[in-house]
Design a protein around this ligand. Structure first.
Ligand SMILES: [Zn+2]
Length: 475
């Protein structure tokens, strides 16, 4: 349950920050009463755990953009409505399928919908990718609604941005009368526009992610078969052995050309751990460390000797003395104490001392993985190599795509207060009008159908969320 405590700790910290911020603002208003004028003039509302701002300043630009390409937008949102309506059954199927996996827990099949919990499965720098992705996805979603309604020569009231606790968001305010004056199909397009924009953003991000090497080509040289170090962890024992920009040629005779192969190289060492001849004093030191459960096992190895360690074959239990090793030493499988010896062949990229060297690393596979990050990009300008833009961009897309897709999926299904509720309502109006009923009211039968669909979806959603969070925290 460690994750739950981390999560609660983060919630408490954020709550304290909010309380501090709230009282600071109140205090500043007391000292500088004019501050309140500014806050009111810009329609900023600050309450405990929420800050929001409303603006009409974007109405003009959005309206101009919508009117300028009006026909184009109408085609765009026609396609959007069709795609969104196709996404609806897929999304419901996804929730049902996901619930099935959560309940049955089949081997080797992971749930598709994963809860995002800052501090548990999103940490450090990733929180920023998450925050920015949410902000962009939500703004682009709302822009969809706004552009669509303007393309039907109608209007919005204003656009609001808010941050509730740690979740950023945006919403367009459309007057109900304005919406309900629209033709049913046009109204449906407005409701579907947000979902469509999220799906379009996903496709765009996917394309951009795959075109990264072209987009970044003015700044970075991309080679499909060379892996470069782009970041070195401050905590790594290899910090002084490498420089950013060094090329990793091989690792234990395995030659990776991309990240996937690099992972496979490490995995192959874990699956087939090698054994080396160690002196009795080495072995004694290691055994003492194991008995004392000490984390300083690395000091048992002589760093200068690591490259000279003789490889041998040991039996299953990790030790053997089959005469392969010189007298005074024994064949020991490093994996016995969770360690591996990785010999890294790296090429220095600095032109003044260009050369290849062998660097030994003894430790756990995880320690090696955490030591540095690699990718196929090399900065064209040396002073830029520390920025590691390709990694940040890649990580950003890896958040933006699932978040935007998630917003589309959650908004298209019939959940109370989200777009899905209004999409369902409009679809039922269209159905009712086809049956010869009035546009403005439902028969009791249709009202019942609407309630059943909304409540069923709510139960389906709640079960997915509750079981997902329970399983995440119970890990
Ligand atoms: Zn929406």
């Amino acid at each position: 349950m460690g994750g739950l405590f981390d999560f609660i700790r983060i919630l408490i910290n954020i709550s304290l920050l909010w309380v501090g911020f709230f009282f600071l603002v109140k205090l500043l208003i007391l000292i500088f009463p004019r501050l309140l004028e500014y806050i009111n003039r810009y329609q900023i509302i600050i309450s405990l755990f929420q800050i929001s701002i409303r603006t009409t300043k974007l109405n003009g630009p959005i309206q101009r953009l919508s009117i300028k390409f009006q026909r184009l937008w109408q085609y765009w949102f026609n396609v959007g409505m069709v795609v969104s309506l196709l996404t609806l059954p897929i999304s419901i199927g996804l929730f049902v399928y996901n619930l099935g996996i959560l309940v049955v827990k089949p081997q080797n099949i992971e749930p598709i919908i994963n809860p995002i919990v800052p501090g548990v499965n999103v940490q450090g720098q990733d929180s920023w990718y998450l925050f920015i992705s949410l902000l962009i996805s939500m703004f682009y979603h709302e822009l969809g609604h706004a552009l669509c309604i303007y393309s039907f020569n109608s209007r919005i009231n204003d656009i609001g941005f808010f941050m509730t606790f740690i979740i950023p968001g945006a919403h367009v305010d459309i007057h109900r009368d304005v919406l309900y004056r629209l033709d049913l199909w046009d109204r449906l397009k407005v409701f579907c526009a947000g979902v469509w924009h999220n799906l379009a953003l996903c496709i765009m991000a996917l394309l951009l992610m795959n075109a990264n090497f072209i987009i970044l080509s003015p700044l970075y040289h991309f080679s499909s078969d060379k892996l470069y170090i782009t970041h070195i962890s401050d905590h790594s024992i290899l910090q002084k052995s490498f420089n950013i920009g060094d090329q990793i040629v091989s690792i234990n005779q395995c030659t990776p050309t991309n990240i996937q192969q690099y992972i496979e190289c490490i995995e192959s060492e874990i699956k087939n751990p090698k054994s080396y001849c160690l002196s009795e004093s080495n072995i004694q030191c290691l055994n003492d460390q194991i008995i004392n459960d000490s984390p300083h096992m690395r000091q048992c190895f002589d760093y200068n000797e690591l490259l000279k360690y003789q490889q041998c074959t040991s039996s299953q239990n990790g030790t053997s003395s089959n005469g392969q090793c010189a007298s005074g030493s024994r064949c020991i499988q490093f994996a016995k104490f969770n360690y591996h010896l990785f010999i890294i062949n790296a090429t220095e990229q600095n032109p003044s001392k260009y050369g290849t060297e062998l660097i030994p690393f003894v430790g756990t596979a995880q320690e090696l993985w955490d030591s540095f990050t690699l990718n196929n990009y090399k900065a064209r300008l040396t002073w830029m190599s520390h920025w590691d833009i390709p990694r940040h961009l890649q990580s950003f897309y890896q958040y933006l795509i699932p978040i935007s897709l998630g917003l589309a999926v959650f908004n298209v299904v019939s959940i109370y207060a989200l777009d899905g509720e209004y999409i369902l309502e409009t679809l039922l109006y269209i159905f009712a009008s086809k049956q010869g009923g009035k546009q403005s009211q439902f028969t009791p039968k249709i009202t019942r159908i609407q309630k059943i669909i909304l409540n069923t979806t709510l139960v389906l959603l709640l079960l997915n969320i509750l079981i997902s969070y329970y399983q995440l925290f119970a890990k």
